[in-house]
Design a protein around this ligand. Structure first.
Ligand code: NDP
Ligand code: OXD
Length: 310
């Protein structure tokens, strides 16, 4: 069986190709555009694939993504609807997402951002002691990544709730579900963390209506997709005092263009889509096991539901 590795995000795909070849000794793994003849691959390993992938590889039977989100792949023109898509599940990303959220939560709740300012001013000043009840965290998305983030924050005794389509939440975490649960979820939330997949239902969900329903002096942490956020609504919420601050890892346009108002905003912390990186070792191990299950005709976990888009 032939496997093609097609990721425009990798400038040196050799590391991935070698690791997959080692994990799949019975198969031929090649890099897209490596000079060998295209057209024979039955399996594609993709992240940000070239636009003509499906045209030039018409024999594909299944596509595995090197990341969790499949929104860009689902939007690709010419993608054959009958070819199933299987995504990465955690693969080392969940713990990184938890670290990211924890960092920005503590920066706000423990005042570490303000202590950095005090230091710059040569000022010895204590802030008020923390009252955890004043920092209820609400996680949008209680899937593989959201659940890990929720458990991590709960272990540090912050009040945590999760909102999902079904209302499912990890054990011990308060769960809210669907449109009917959203108002109550937002009403108890001060630090809103978005870890939803980008779908027709969730696009633009981080908007004025949502910020208005949160607890006062709120914060936003968006580590899912830029298109979840209505950018002008965030700027208005920050400038109008509805939100105290936000940490953004993902943007509608990446890289974030020079001169974009987010860059210099004093209440925004920006990172370049690094909240949860796909690590070669764990990703290759997981996807290779899925490929072997597919080859044996067994069920493969992480299969995308085309209706739900995640
Ligand atoms: P999962 O599919 O495991 O979880 C998705 C969660 O979102 C589920 O709890 C699901 O509800 C919920 N959900 C989906 N649609 C809705 C909706 N319309 N209303 C309410 N809840 C909804 O995804 P992952 O946790 O693995 O990944 C989440 C996203 O994180 C990815 O799609 C990707 O965009 C982003 N990501 C970002 C990274 C970064 O570096 N910034 C790295 C990795 C991922 P239910 O439980 O009921 O099904
Ligand atoms: C992902 C990502 O979805 O890195 O895996 O954004």
């Amino acid at each position: 069986m032939e496997v093609v590795f097609a990721s425009q995000s990798e400038t040196q795909p050799e590391d991935w190709v070698c690791a997959f070849q080692e994990a799949l000794p019975g198969m031929r793994v090649r890099a897209w555009g490596d000079g060998s003849a295209a057209g024979g691959a039955e399996i594609a390993l993709v992240w940000n694939p070239p636009a003509d992938l499906f045209e030039r590889e018409p024999r594909l039977r299944i596509v595995f993504t090197l990341g969790a989100g499949v929104d860009a792949l689902l939007r690709m023109p010419g993608r054959p609807a009958h070819v199933p898509i299987v995504r990465l599940e955690d693969g080392g990303m969940a713990v990184q997402m938890a670290e990211y959220v924890l960092h920005f939560l503590l920066r706000a709740a423990r005042g570490f951002g303000r202590y950095a300012q005090f230091q710059a001013q040569g000022r010895w000043q204590r802030l008020d002691d923390i009252v955890r009840e004043d920092w209820p965290v609400g996680i949008m998305g209680a899937g593989v990544l959201g659940a890990r983030v929720a458990r991590t924050i709960a272990a540090l005794e912050y009040p945590v709730a999760a909102w999902s389509r079904s209302g499912r939440a990890p054990e011990g975490i308060e769960g809210y579900g669907g449109d009917e649960g959203l108002s109550a979820f937002l009403g108890r939330t001060r630090v809103l963390v978005n870890i939803l997949p980008l779908t027709a239902q969730t696009e633009g969900i981080l908007c004025r209506r949502v910020f208005e329903r949160m607890r006062p002096h709120g914060y936003l942490i968006n580590i899912a997709r830029g298109r979840h956020l209505v950018e002008d609504d965030l700027l208005a919420a920050l400038d109008g005092g509805l939100l105290e601050g936000a940490a953004l890892d993902v943007f509608a346009q990446e890289p974030l263009p020079p001169g974009h108002p987010f860059w210099a905003h004093p209440r925004l912390q920006i990172t370049p889509h690094i909240a949860g990186a796909s690590l070669v070792g764990q990703t290759v191990r997981q996807i290779s096991a899925k490929i072997q299950a597919f080859q044996r005709g067994e069920p493969v976990s992480g299969m995308i539901d085309p209706e739900l888009q995640y």
